[in-house]
Design a protein around this ligand. Structure first.
Ligand code: KG4
Ligand code: ZN
Length: 346
């Protein structure tokens, strides 16, 4: 049995976890920085990096203590090496390098997106490759075919905003605070999803890509018109976003042969209405549907540790720690064709 220490610091969650190869989360601690970023309505990179630097070392000590193990008893340290806010990534990676070298434990550099992409396998031991993956977070919005560890084919991405970003901007427009996704979901429950006419960008397009910038602008116009309640705008926005996701997935699934399971991961996968809609898509295609529990959808270190477990048996899994560098961009599928407008997201 293998035991891996996972470290995550790529955005605004500082997290450490110990996960074993039996899929047990042996210990985990997570500190959100919501309070520090809330006054600014979004994540401030310098504040994030400083908060990671202050919290990470005691947090790693804490999880080892919670589990009653020493660093030397771990088979590897797995740390997010990108993509993300570079200051935060560097804090986690440099800490991991120091620990790896001091304790002579191998260091595995994890792509944060791979952490999300494999997280459903931590939660569901019956999930085999290949699977269709909708990866929806604050920075990314992609449809991928996952054929194995490190084997990702990107079928779709966003040409502007990510889905989580659209939730966050909607929350900001409606004055719901930060982080936005859970707040929009909460008030959408009180609203009428058909009250506000909103566009469904890209719906009907033959390629499965996403676009949410126009939807966000329409939310702003609806709010500024003064004609609608915030709950109705939130509910209508959430429904429009879901309609887009369902339509895009339908197109992507047509091009995917031999895939029997639909999987969702990333922060927006915590949204119950999104999950329910995807379950519908899967059953329409005779596919199984699986999603990690909400706490494993938003950023956490258990998914990073699990990606480390998955990579442990691969050749060259742990290069010289000093050769690993932090990467602000790190696409899961480097061969994916660039999409018009989609220059900014990995
Ligand atoms: O995966 P994640 O924690 O961080 C990134 O890697 O980006 O995703 C965070 C995103 C944020 O945009 C947040 O608003 C969104 O996920 N999110 C949600 C919900 N919970 C988190 N969006 C909609 N509904 C939710 N319940
Ligand atoms: Zn994430």
């Amino acid at each position: 049995m293998a035991l891996v220490l996972g470290i995550e610091s790529s955005c605004d969650e500082t997290a450490a976890a110990l996960v074993d190869s039996e899929r047990r989360i042996v210990a985990q601690r997570i500190a959100s920085q919501d309070e520090q970023h809330a006054p600014f309505g979004g994540v401030v990179p310098e504040i994030a990096a400083r908060a990671h630097a202050e919290r990470l070392a005691p947090m790693i000590e804490g999880v080892l203590e919670d589990a009653g193990v020493t660093l030397e008893e771990c088979d590897a340290i797995a740390a997010t090496a990108g993509p993300g806010l570079i200051g935060g990534v560097m804090v986690g990676l440099v800490s991991a390098k120091a620990l790896a070298m001091a304790s002579d434990v191998p260091l595995i550099a994890i792509n944060h997106l791979e952490g999300h992409a494999l997280s459903p396998r931590l939660a569901d031991d019956a999930l085999e490759f290949p699977y269709a993956l909708l990866l929806v977070s604050g920075g990314h919005c992609q449809i991928l075919r996952v054929d194995g560890v490190g084997r990702y084919r990107r079928l779709a991405t966003t040409i502007d905003d990510a889905l989580g970003e659209a939730f966050d901007k909607t929350a900001k427009i409606l004055g719901l605070g930060f982080p936005g996704g859970p707040a929009v979901e909460r008030i959408a429950k009180e609203g009428d999803a058909s009250a506000v006419p909103l566009p469904r960008p890209m719906v009907g397009s033959g390629e499965p890509h996403f676009s949410f910038a126009g939807l966000k602008s329409a939310v702003l116009r609806a709010h500024e018109s003064g004609k609608y309640e915030a709950a109705d705008i939130a509910a209508s926005f959430q429904q429009a976003a879901i309609d887009c996701v369902v339509d895009r997935l339908e197109v992507a699934l047509e091009g995917m042969q031999g895939v029997e399971t639909l999987v969702v991961a990333g922060g927006v996968a915590a949204n119950a209405s999104v999950r329910a809609a995807l379950e519908g898509v899967a059953s329409g295609h005779g596919m199984r549907f699986t999603a990690p529990p909400p706490k494993l959808c938003t950023d956490n270190a258990a998914m990073i540790a699990w990606a480390g477990i998955e990579r442990l048996s691969m050749e060259g899994f742990a290069p010289d720690p000093l050769e690993i560098s932090a990467r602000p961009r790190w696409p899961l599928d480097p061969d994916a064709e660039p999409v018009r407008g989609a220059g900014v997201k990995a």
